[in-house]
Write a protein that binds this ligand. Structure first.
Ligand code: 13P
Ligand code: SF4
Length: 328
């Protein structure tokens, strides 16, 4: 039982009452520009609330990939991180894809450079490579199939039992999948710098204050955190779980932006931000590079745009297409 008290106030989001605040002038400007450009705004669940409110679709990596595939518009503005916008471009090459800040990267993607994966494949030519979608187009191009946190177990289960699997780049998601379906895999030593900051100790301290709260955790968290959660799932599945479960309070062990989505879908329940040992919340510095001003500028200036060599795009598309088919 933990003895040390919390050294910060928990971040608690109480049920929402009353009307939503009116949109700001810049949000109205974005909606007008979106119409003028015939653009679609896709936003990840971790984006700030001001962006989520003007998006056409807010969701997880898998939902966003399907929306990018079906988008019939003159431009996609992707409010997420670079690998997500790149995936949209790979799937929907004829449509310009803009990212409000091209520097919005991902520590998981950075942990698996394509040259290192190519060297591994040369040394292990029979390995089947499963790549978590949080990787570059060059890494996708070297992979056999892509997965997201929403379909990872389903995808790995489709791979013939006699094949040796290398799972890149997230060792935590890979370890979770391995345990869930009882399949041994080689795990690339990458991790999400933000999700590994959640600790079981910090969650236990919070549970002393909120004993009735259910704990929902993302599979990018470390094993002790995952093992003690009530459910481990993708950000989209968190919405379904919190809506359907009888509990009224949830401790949300993922990036704090998720709570805006949860509150807008389930306004009558209480959400508590997942804590680290030193902070009541946990934001991804890359996701938070997108601001409402950069989104407006991006629509106005029609850029910055995602570009990649066509040969890389084609090679990266094959394993994504496999994933989209396998996960239907
Ligand atoms: P989801 O696909 O579950 O939203 O996860 C994306 C991500 O980057 C988690 O850190
Ligand atoms: Fe990447 Fe982690 Fe940020 Fe998700 S939360 S985009 S995995 S750095």
């Amino acid at each position: 039982m933990p003895t040390a008290p919390l050294n910060y106030e928990p971040m608690v989001f109480a049920p929402r009452t009353g009307e939503a605040a009116p949109l700001s002038a810049i949000q109205e400007e974005i909606l007008a520009l979106k119409k003028e450009r015939n653009a679609v705004i896709l936003a990840h669940n971790y984006q700030i609330e001001a962006i989520q409110r003007v998006a056409d679709y807010v969701g997880d990596s898998l939902g966003l990939a399907y929306r990018a595939e079906e988008a019939d518009c003159d431009a996609i503005v992707f409010c997420g991180v670079h690998f997500m916008a790149e995936t949209a471009k790979i799937i929907n090459p004829q449509t310009p894809v803009y990212l409000p800040d091209l520097e919005a990267g991902c520590s998981l993607s950075d942990s698996c450079p394509a040259e290192k994966l190519a060297a591994y494949k040369e040394a292990h030519p029979d390995t089947y490579v499963v790549a978590y979608i949080n990787c570059s187009a060059a890494v996708k191009a070297l992979s056999d199939v892509i997965c997201t946190s929403g379909n990872a177990t389903k995808i790995v289960e489709r791979i013939p039992a006699d094949r040796e699997i290398l799972f890149v780049p997230d060792q935590n998601l890979g370890q979770w999948v391995s345990k869930e379906i009882g399949r041994t895999m080689q795990l690339w030593p990458g991790s999400c710098y933000a999700h590994v900051l959640f600790t079981q100790q910090a969650i236990e301290r919070l549970k002393l204050k909120f004993p009735d709260a259910k704990v929902v955790a993302h599979p990018e968290c470390i094993e002790t955190v995952r093992d003690n959660a009530d459910v481990v799932c993708s950000t989209e599945k968190m919405v379904h779980y919190c809506r359907d479960d009888a509990a009224n309070q949830f401790i949300v062990i993922t990036e704090t932006g998720m709570i805006h989505r949860l509150q807008s879908e389930i306004p009558d329940k209480t959400f508590i931000a997942g804590p680290t040992d030193t902070c009541a919340c946990n934001e991804c510095r890359y996701m938070k590079m997108n601001t409402i001003e950069k989104l407006r500028d991006c629509l106005r200036d029609q850029g910055p745009a995602i570009e990649m060599p066509e040969n890389v795009r084609q090679k990266a598309y094959a394993p994504i297409k496999r994933m989209l088919e396998w996960s239907k």
